[in-house]
Design a protein around this ligand. Structure first.
Ligand code: NAD
Length: 255
């Protein structure tokens, strides 16, 4: 039996990387999938389109061009999901951006951009989705935090601030919607091989060596590692888990 049969999911930022893998896994588990992204094609040219993957497994899907910082666009994405599939069960707040600067070197517009997409975007999408999730028997919100939402690191002050916000927004929404039986949890990935870090992985041996040393497991993560955890949090197997931040980090935060 498929674990997400009869469910409809909106996955933000699902054209690339982790979101692409989550959307494809959800499709394979029987969900209808709405891809809400600013772009349709994956950021890395060698990666497969999420729509090809969804078609391959016979899942119904819909692309809604969505900037998660735009409240009207986010509301339209939720409306499109409900119009197309008759309801909404799962929201994955995955869209995110990453810049690497220490605080005193961070251009203020980059600080604003990163908190806008990563934190305010998570808030706006949740706000738009919750009234629909209240009608679902399998209502789940999964936020993408990070190891840098749990500990400092990466010389990325703005990113750490945004993901720390996502971590605690997750806990508060879990409390607010427990009565409504909406599970709200977060995933905190470690270093996962995507476009977000390809530049450093391929061109900066110093950072690469540092990250390898900080990852006890003898490899970095793949998007599929995060997708496996997302399926668990999206399914009824996690019905009594809420307000949790599940690390998918090869032991980074165990130290
Ligand atoms: P990615 O860059 O590969 O993909 C991000 C996707 O989000 C892209 O398709 C992009 O178009 C989309 N996006 C960006 N801004 C958007 C916006 N304003 N509105 C809608 N879509 C937008 O990144 P990834 O590595 O797959 O990261 C996914 C999530 O996981 C992010 O929240 C990221 O911070 C988090 N994360 C990633 C890692 C990692 O090592 N890759 C680690 C921890 C957490």
């Amino acid at each position: 039996m498929q674990r997400l049969e009869n469910c409809t999911a909106v996955v933000t930022g699902a054209s690339s990387g982790i979101g692409n893998s989550i959307a494809a896994r959800f499709g394979r588990e029987g969900a209808n999938v709405v891809v809400a992204d600013v772009r349709r094609e994956p950021k890395l040219d060698d990666k497969r389109s999420v729509f090809d993957k969804l078609e391959e497994c016979g899942a119904d899907s819909l692309f809604v061009e969505t900037d998660v910082t735009d409240e009207t666009a986010v509301e339209a994405a939720v409306d499109a999901a409900v119009d197309e599939f008759g309801g909404l069960d799962i929201l994955v707040n995955n869209a995110g951006i990453y810049y690497q600067y220490e605080a005193h070197e961070t251009p203020t517009e980059d600080y604003d951009a990163i908190t806008d997409v990563n934190l305010r975007g998570t808030f706006l999408c949740s706000k738009a989705a919750i009234p629909e999730l209240k009608n679902s028997d399998n209502a789940k919100i999964i936020n993408l935090s990070s190891i840098f939402g749990l500990v400092g690191g990466g010389s990325s002050a703005a990113y750490c601030a945004s993901k720390g916000g996502v971590t605690n927004l997750t806990r508060q929404m879990a409390l607010d919607y427990a009565e409504d039986e909406i599970n709200v949890n977060a995933l905190a990935p470690g270093i996962i091989k995507t476009a977000q870090n390809v530049e450093w992985r391929e061109n900066d041996p110093e950072i690469l060596a540092d990250w390898e040393e900080k990852t006890p497991w003898p490899r970095f993560g793949d998007p599929e590692d995060v997708a496996d955890a997302a399926v668990f949090l999206a399914s009824d197997e996690s019905d009594f888990i809420t307000g949790d931040i599940l690390s998918v980090d090869g032991g980074w935060t165990a130290q």
